[in-house]
Design a protein around this ligand. Structure first.
Ligand code: AMP
Length: 213
């Protein structure tokens, strides 16, 4: 399947993408994970992205399109891809359209995960992320077996730098201003499916039900 997952930070895009990779081998592509790995490795890309990321602002469209232009041409994308956190602006969505046309790839749908703001705020302030494999935990509903240690890979599980109350509030404002308009963009293209996303299981089933046969 070839999907875009839209939704505010904390709407569950990453969780749903991970659940869907098991369905048909489509690969999850998270621009946030790619950028965090670059920051951790201290690469030039990471240095350029870090300040914006820590403040909860968006990294430049050019930088993101540079990453995605290469990533979508890698062989593991042939089976399908689940775009998690990309596109995030109208210019990125337009550039993605051009790229997919050039690569002769047809998008199945853009799925908008709709979650109330109070649920999002609660999820983000209690979320913890593995610094090694990116696995997601929650201090209330899904803590790691050993505090601060990933069940999957043994690396440290931490609160992300951009998950302070201040950065979260900025990320939600940025989402409303820059990313929420993408729902209209994909609706006009006849690709939008909006799902009440309080439960990830329901989202996955609804996506499977809506996939073109
Ligand atoms: P995420 O893990 O998707 O919430 O992304 C974490 C941060 O990475 C965001 O707050 C942005 O600073 C940056 N980022 C990730 N994806 C994008 C994108 N498509 N466009 C611009 N910035 C992005």
């Amino acid at each position: 399947m070839k999907l875009i997952l839209l939704g505010a930070p904390g709407a569950g895009k990453g969780t749903v993408a991970k659940m869907l990779t098991g369905v048909d081998g489509s690969v999850q592509i998270s621009t946030g994970d790619i950028l965090r790995a670059a920051v951790a490795a201290g690469t030039e890309l990471g240095k350029q992205a870090k300040t914006a990321m820590d403040a909860g602002d968006l990294v430049s469209d050019d930088l993101i399109m540079g990453i995605m232009g290469e990533r979508l041409q890698e062989p593991d994308c042939e089976k399908g891809f689940l775009l998690d956190g990309f596109p995030r602006t109208i210019p990125q969505a337009e550039a993605l359209d051009g790229l997919l046309d050039k690569l002769d790839i047809k998008l199945d749908m853009a799925v908008e995960l709709d979650v109330p703001r109070d649920v999002i705020l609660d999820r983000l302030t209690t979320r913890r992320t593995c610094t090694g494999c990116g696995a997601i935990y929650n201090v209330k509903s899904k803590p790691p077996k050993v505090e601060g240690v990933c069940d999957e890979c043994g690396a440290s599980v931490v609160q992300r730098d951009d998950e302070t109350v201040e950065a979260i509030s900025n990320r939600l404002d940025v989402y409303n201003e820059k990313t929420a308009p993408l729902a209209g963009f994909y609706k006009n293209a006849g690709k939008l499916v909006t799902i009440n996303a309080t439960s990830s299981d329901v989202v996955v089933q609804t996506i499977k039900d809506n996939l073109p046969s």
